[in-house]
Design a protein around this ligand. Structure first.
Ligand SMILES: [Zn+2]
Ligand SMILES: [Zn+2]
Ligand SMILES: [Zn+2]
Length: 349
């Protein structure tokens, strides 16, 4: 019997290589685990427990059929919020202080971890995560991403704002109440920087956006999954994770601040459909997602996108020690299953 060789694929832009090892064909059901059980006490993010977090930097409050945007002040913490954004109690990055403690000199490179670390509570309902959310609530979530991105990215010491989500215990979510995190950093993180450099190089050579070209090619490929008027979703050529997918705006935009209100609604629907599809074929799997975007530079060459990484396999010695990956589900197979699941979800919204 002839055994097909595994392929070693390179990412579109990054110097990152993945072995697509599909000799043992994997179906979605091979990854489904029984639902995680966690013991939890009082939830700090549920309405009524606002005093368990630092004061909110942004709250959405319903007012006469529209939204009033405010923050917790004068010791008052409204309980009828729809969205609530609070500083992380254990921040990885923190704002500059008036009286700065000195960073110890070292033989090696070091700087202060200046920035912000926030938690965006996506709904007053504990379990209303984006894969099951009402579209009206998902619209609030996207609008709140935009509000916080605008504020944080305007600060002079902030070079990048990472908006990411950990879903499920195995994906690093220590609290199960539906939430997204924002971390503002004093530098552009490595993966984004690498994408930025590669896309700037391509733009200089070819006078066009390399991401626009990838979108065009993938919309006719075996990796295409789903699209609506404004967004397209596909499994990337060199997917690192089983069932990984990426979402791009069809229009050339460098960050979420470029979205029109109609596109915000369209993005809310795309999030609901895609994460709902993932949820339905893999029985609510743990996953991470992160936006890649540029708020300050390279608007002509960089094209924002969302990368979604289901956490179905454990990175072991090879991945940890080499930065090279093995994926047991080809993106073509993943796309086939996800396509069906997302079409099913689309009918539910
Ligand atoms: Zn809760
Ligand atoms: Zn583009
Ligand atoms: Zn990216």
């Amino acid at each position: 019997m002839l055994i097909a060789a595994n392929e070693l694929r390179k990412d579109y832009l990054l110097d990152r290589w993945v072995v697509i090892a599909t000799q043992r064909k994997k179906r979605p059901t091979d990854f489904v685990k029984s639902a995680e059980k966690r013991q939890e006490g009082t939830c700090a993010f549920c309405p009524g427990n606002e005093n368990m977090t630092p004061p909110a930097v942004l709250v959405y409050l319903p007012q006469n059929g529209s939204i009033r945007k405010d923050k917790d002040k004068n010791g008052l913490r409204p309980k009828n919020w729809l969205i609530r954004v609070v500083p992380n109690l254990y921040p990885a990055f923190s704002p500059p202080q008036k009286e700065e403690t000195k960073i110890e000199k070292s033989d090696f490179t070091v700087q202060r971890a200046t920035g912000h670390h926030e938690v965006l509570v996506e709904s007053p309902l504990h379990n209303e995560h984006l894969g099951v959310a009402r579209i009206s609530q998902a619209v609030h979530v996207v609008n709140a991403y935009i509000d916080r991105l605008r504020d944080l990215s305007s600060r002079p010491y902030v070079k990048y704002v990472s908006i990411f989500r950990n879903h499920g215990l195995e994906a690093g979510a220590s609290l199960s109440h539906t939430h997204t995190q924002l971390i503002a950093t004093p530098c552009i993180p490595k993966t984004v920087e690498e994408e930025l450099k590669a896309s700037e190089g391509a733009f200089k050579r070819e006078k066009k956006c390399v991401f626009c070209e990838i979108i065009e090619k993938e919309s006719h490929s075996a990796r295409f999954i789903w699209k609506n008027n404004d967004f397209t979703i596909f499994a990337p050529w060199a997917s690192v994770h089983p069932f990984e997918f990426w979402l791009f705006p069809l229009e050339h935009q460098c960050c979420l601040l470029d979205l029109s209100q109609a596109q915000v609604k369209s993005l809310a629907e795309a999030l609901r459909v895609s994460l709902g599809g993932l949820n339905s074929i893999l029985n609510d799997p743990p996953y991470n997602f992160g936006f890649h975007q540029m708020t300050t530079e390279a608007c002509e060459s960089y094209h924002w996108h969302l990368e979604v990484y289901p956490r179905l396999s454990i990175w072991a010695g090879f991945e940890k020690s080499t930065g090279m990956f093995i994926n047991v589900v080809s993106p073509e197979d993943a796309a086939k299953h996800l396509r069906e699941a997302m079409l099913g979800e689309e009918k539910k919204i």
